[in-house]
Design a protein around this ligand. Structure first.
Ligand code: ZN
Length: 497
C-alpha cells in the first residue's frame, strides 16, 4: 500500500512538474525575446521590398534598437507623403506593444493593406527598451524610466529615438504602452478599469490647440470605434482614481514622455495603453497583441484618409515655431481643471464580476495654464556651463549668432530663495526668481546663443525657465542650477522696446 501511495505521489509530483514547465514554456514562447525579434524583423525584411530596417542606436547593455521602415518608394524622400512613427515597449514589462508592432508589420505587408503606403511612410520601432524587456522590468539597465526621460535625454534609448525623429521630422507619432489595473487600492474600491485598449492625445497647453482638437474630436473616436468593432473594449486614456480618493484626468501634461515630447514639436501625437495581464508578462498575450495592433492600424487608416489636413496643420504649426513673434508664449505652470462634465467611466465590478459604468464627479479633463512665459528671441548659455551645453547638444538644439539686425536686451533671473510647491501632489522646487537686466560687461564669446525660432523652441523655454514646473531645475541632475542669492546661469535675449 505504501508503495502504491509513493508511486502515486511520484506521478503527482511529475505531473505538477510537467505542468509548471509546460506552462512556463508556453508563456515564454508566446512572448518574443530579443534574439527572436531580430530574426523576425530580418525575415520580414528579406520577404518584402516595402520594408528596410535601420539600427537607430544601442541600449545600455549594447542591444540593437531597430526601426522597420515601410515605404512604397525610398523612405522619407517623398515630401508629399505623411511620415508616421510608431514606437513601443519603452517599458520592458509591457510586452504586448512589441508583439502588436510585429503583427502590424505583417499587416502592412499584406497586399490588401499596401495602399496605405501610397501617401504615407511608416516607421515602427517595436522595442525601445530591449534590456528591460529581457528582464521583464519597467526600467532600462540604468534603472531609468525611459518615458520620463524625454526632456533630459540622459539615456541612450531615448537619445536614439529623438535622433531618429529628427532625421525625418515625423508628422504623426504613436507611443505604445500597457497599463495595469490590478492595484490593491482599486480592489478595495470594488472596481477596476477594464478597457482593453485606451487612447490618449496630447494635453500640454503649448501644443497646437488645433492638433489637439483634431485628435480628440476625430482621430480618437475613429480609432476607438474601430477597436469596438473588432471586439476590443476601448476608451479614452484616463489615469488617476479611484474616484472619491483621487480625481480622474487625461494623464500628465509633462513634456518628458514620448507622446508630449514629440507633441511639443507640433506632431500629431498619441499614446496607446493596452491592458496588461495580471502576471505583468505573457498572460492573454495573443489577445493583448491583437488589440494593440488594431489600435495602431486604425491610426494608420485615419491618417491615410486625412493625410492632407494633418500634414497641412502640422506644417503650419511648425512654421509658427520659427516665428519670433513677441506675442508667443509658453505655459510653464498648469493645472487640471473640470469643465463641468461628469465622466461616465467604464469599470469592472469585483462584486458582480461584470462590467459597469461609474459616474465620476471629480473629473478634470482640461489643462489650464496658470503661468505663461513670453518667448524671448533666444537663450544664452555660458560656454563654461558644461551640463547645460551637453543637454542642448543631446536635444540637438540649433545654435546661431545673435541677431544683428535688432537692438537687444539681456536679462537674467536673480534667485532670492528656493521654496517648494505642491502641484497636484507633486512637490517641486519653486524658486523666488526676479528678472533683472544683465549689468556685467557682456562678452558674446562667453555664451552660446540658442534662438527660440526652432522646432524645439517651445520645449527649450519650458526646460530653461527657472519657474517652470516641467523645467530642468525640477530634476535632481540639474537642481544645482538654482542657488539662492545668485543669478540663474541662463540669459534671456529679447528685442528692446
Ligand atoms: Zn508604459
Amino acid at each position: 500500500m505504501k508503495r502504491v501511495i509513493a508511486l502515486f505521489s511520484v506521478i503527482l509530483v511529475l505531473n505538477y512538474f510537467h505542468k509548471a514547465v509546460f506552462c512556463q514554456e508556453n508563456a515564454l514562447s508566446a512572448v518574443t525575446g530579443y534574439e527572436a525579434l531580430q530574426q523576425k524583423i530580418q525575415s520580414l525584411d528579406s520577404e518584402s521590398d516595402l520594408l528596410t530596417t535601420e539600427i537607430i542606436g544601442q541600449s545600455v547593455e549594447g542591444r540593437n534598437l531597430v526601426a522597420m521602415k515601410f515605404s512604397a518608394g525610398v523612405f522619407g524622400t517623398d515630401d508629399s507623403k505623411t511620415k508616421v512613427l510608431i514606437f513601443a515597449q519603452q517599458h520592458g514589462n509591457e510586452q504586448s506593444g512589441k508583439e502588436g508592432a510585429l503583427l502590424l508589420a505583417s499587416w502592412l505587408l499584406r497586399t490588401e493593406n499596401q495602399s496605405i503606403l501610397q501617401n504615407m511612410d511608416v516607421a515602427v520601432v517595436p522595442q525601445v527598451n530591449p534590456d528591460g524587456s529581457e528582464a521583464n522590468r519597467r526600467r532600462n539597465a540604468n534603472n531609468a524610466d525611459l518615458n520620463r526621460n524625454h526632456l533630459i535625454l540622459t539615456e541612450p534609448e531615448t537619445q536614439a529615438l529623438h535622433h531618429f525623429f529628427k532625421q525625418y521630422l515625423f508628422e504623426v507619432t504613436l507611443d505604445v504602452h500597457e497599463y495595469s489595473p490590478y492595484s490593491e487600492e482599486w480592489k478595495k474600491y470594488g472596481y477596476r478599469k477594464n478597457t482593453d485598449v485606451a487612447l490618449g492625445s496630447c494635453t500640454n497647453p503649448s501644443i497646437s490647440a488645433e492638433l489637439r482638437e483634431l485628435s480628440n474630436t476625430q482621430a480618437l473616436p475613429y480609432i476607438m470605434k474601430h477597436l469596438e468593432d473588432m471586439g476590443f473594449k476601448s476608451f479614452v486614456y484616463c489615469p488617476g482614481g479611484p474616484p472619491e480618493l483621487d480625481y480622474i484626468r487625461h494623464s500628465t501634461f509633462d513634456i518628458n514622455d514620448g507622446r508630449q515630447s514629440f507633441g511639443i514639436q507640433q506632431s500629431f501625437s498619441f499614446i496607446q495603453e493596452g491592458m496588461n495581464g495580471t502576471d505583468m508578462f505573457a498572460e492573454n498575450i495573443a489577445f493583448r497583441a491583437r488589440g494593440q495592433m488594431e489600435g495602431m492600424a486604425a491610426l494608420l487608416n485615419f491618417v491615410h484618409s486625412n493625410a492632407a489636413e494633418i500634414k497641412e496643420t502640422v506644417h503650419r504649426e511648425r512654421l509658427a515655431l520659427f516665428n519670433a513673434d513677441k506675442t508667443r508664449k509658453v505655459s510653464i505652470q498648469a493645472i487640471h481643471v473640470s469643465d463641468g462634465r461628469i465622466l461616465r467611466l467604464p469599470l469592472f465590478s469585483y462584486r458582480s464580476g461584470r462590467d459597469t459604468v461609474v459616474e465620476v464627479k471629480d473629473y478634470r479633463p482640461v489643462v489650464r495654464s496658470i503661468t505663461d512665459a513670453a518667448l524671448p528671441l533666444g537663450y544664452l548659455i555660458p560656454i563654461t556651463n558644461n551640463e547645460l551645453n551637453v543637454w542642448a547638444n543631446r536635444q540637438g538644439l540649433v545654435k546661431s549668432a545673435l541677431p544683428s539686425d535688432k537692438s537687444l536686451r539681456y536679462d537674467h533671473y536673480f534667485i532670492h530663495a528656493i521654496d517648494s510647491i505642491d502641484f497636484e501632489g507633486d512637490v517641486t522646487v519653486d524658486p523666488v526668481a526676479e528678472l533683472m537686466p544683465f549689468k556685467e560687461l557682456f562678452v558674446p564669446g562667453d555664451y552660446v546663443f540658442y534662438p527660440a525660432s526652432q522646432i524645439k523652441g517651445n520645449m527649450m523655454a519650458i526646460a530653461l525657465e527657472p519657474k517652470s514646473i516641467l523645467g530642468l531645475v525640477t530634476y535632481p541632475l540639474y537642481s544645482n542650477l538654482l542657488v539662492a542669492g545668485s543669478f540663474f546661469p541662463v540669459i534671456r535675449v529679447t528685442e528692446k522696446d
